[in-house]
Design a protein around this ligand. Sequence first.
Ligand code: BG6
Length: 489
Amino acid sequence: EPDSNLSITIVGASGDLAKKKIFPALFALFYEDCLPENFTVFGYARSKMTDEELRSMISKTLTCRIDKSENCGDKMDQFLTRCFYHSGQYNSEEHFLELDGKLEEKEAGRLSNRLFYLSIPPNIFVDVVRCASLKASSTTGWTRVIVEKPFGRDFESSGQLTRCLKQYLTEDQIFRIDHYLGKELVENLSVLRFSNLVFEPLWSRNYIRNVQLIFSEDFGTEGRGGYFDNYGIIRDIMQNHLLQILALFAMETPVSLDAEDIRNEKVKVLKSMRPLLLEDMVVGQYKGHSRGGKLYPGYTDDPTVPKNSVTPTFAAAALFINNARWDGVPFLMKAGKALHTKRAEIRVQFRHVPGNLYKRNFGTDLDKATNELVLRVQPDEAVYLKINNKVPGLGMRLDRSDLNLLYSARYPKEIPDAYERLLLDAIEGERRLFIRSDELDAAWTLFTPLLKELEDKKIAPELYPYGSRGPVGAHYLAAKHNVRWGDLS
Ligand code: BG6
């Protein structure tokens, strides 16, 4: 309805995620005219704050990524006048009822839809959902709730959380966010595969030798040690961000681009994989290291982390999909904090050309001649393909070069932040990029036994220096499956 109202409430408004990502993403959507004419944004948190104080807090992190002109300042002011604050406890139905009153006032009798974004610690998810759904649901339009991970710590606790949420909400109202699915290059993965004849037929064990999903950050858990120590890198990155990319990469062709069709295929792939074993995994933890006169602290130097913590800050894993398309193809994942670089990428290594006529030009190392397709998710978004090419000249020398599609050169417009796309999708009711509960169950099924074993046996992580390339064990794991990490070769 053109005249309808949209109220967005950010619960946990003073938190880091709200400040750094959610408010700025909403502003960007406003700037691009993607929000309805009548909208309001409410911040909800425990601390006392006036509307003005909220506005001044968020104005510090709003940036004009789209337009650096003066006009942007005006837009920002317009946006800020639509932002309000309500202070309340997270488990108080009464306080949510007060919020409801304020929302109604702004909605002024129009049909109104309400979106709640839970940017809060997991132990209060259920309280907030109970209070919000009982006391502040829309009575005239839809009510939707966006939740952020962690969705539990294992299969059991995640299932329990889902059951609790479903006492108050239907699955259709729950939008489980995995912000990696909102990244431009991750969306592009399906476009590349399904709309290019040069890729689509190659997408199987017949032509693909291995697939690598790599995430690295060049900083540690500074300031987040308390949260992180409860979860570790496997739960923080692998079980969600990397596994989601894997499912998208490997799924069978969906019936259509509809959310249910895509998610059905993703669940099928996840169910075709066997749960990980200890031998499929290498874990590491960074230790302090001094470089260039500066001392970089180790993970357990963080005062919020127990000195004897064995929580992994690095992990590498080999996964296999037991179906006709992928039988025997290793899917390698690697995720780490405090490594030498910040990067996320998807690498596809193809098989050797059978009977390669130019074999001798590659010496003994035919691996140097395999084609490799790389989607660099960040930074410097790019898609490039490593091909063999003749070096110009009278001789016959071959060279592996790149066909390189660098986004900054090809597409001058700035790439939207993942949160912009995901918020817009939630507002429009597009569920394609959100995680369905059966997907979540399947993802936990794969990782839970391994996590339990690591924790029961207190498996000691291999230490690696802050700023290094991570533990050497990751190479042995790859080598065991006849793979070389593409980012290191
Ligand atoms: C989050 C993790 O989900 O993703 C963080 O909890 C991590 O530990 C972050 O730093 C990385 O996201 P991005 O978009 O900065 O690559």
